[in-house]
Design a protein around this ligand. Structure first.
Ligand SMILES: [Zn+2]
Length: 102
């Protein structure tokens, strides 16, 4: 038996617990200061994987995170490629490139 709505509620509750609004806004502030997401997440005591899974579940945060990562990305990198990802870019296009490869 599965209860999709309850599962979704539970996912959101867990994401809210792991990445509360204060952590989310501190993360975005760090990214805007030019801190890499891996470093920013670690400084806040969460793993980057957890940040991205929270971003998928909490859509407003996901939108803000993608917008910030896009605004702060290095214009010299080839975005939307695995090369960009391997050079530590985590903008939505580079993350999508990696997903396509897997
Ligand atoms: Zn990129």
């Amino acid at each position: 038996m599965s209860y999709p709505i309850d599962d979704a509620d539970q996912l959101i509750a867990t994401a809210e617990e792991e990445m509360p609004p204060s952590t989310r806004s501190r993360l975005i502030a760090k990214l805007r200061m030019g801190v890499h997401i891996d470093d920013a997440a670690r400084e806040l005591g969460v793993s980057p994987q957890r940040v991205f899974s929270a971003a998928r579940i909490l859509s407003a945060f996901g939108f803000q995170l993608d917008a910030t990562l896009t605004a702060e990305r290095d214009p010299h990198l080839p975005h939307g490629t695995v090369t960009g990802y391997n050079k530590r870019c985590r903008c939505p296009e580079c993350r999508a490139a990696l997903q396509r490869r897997i």
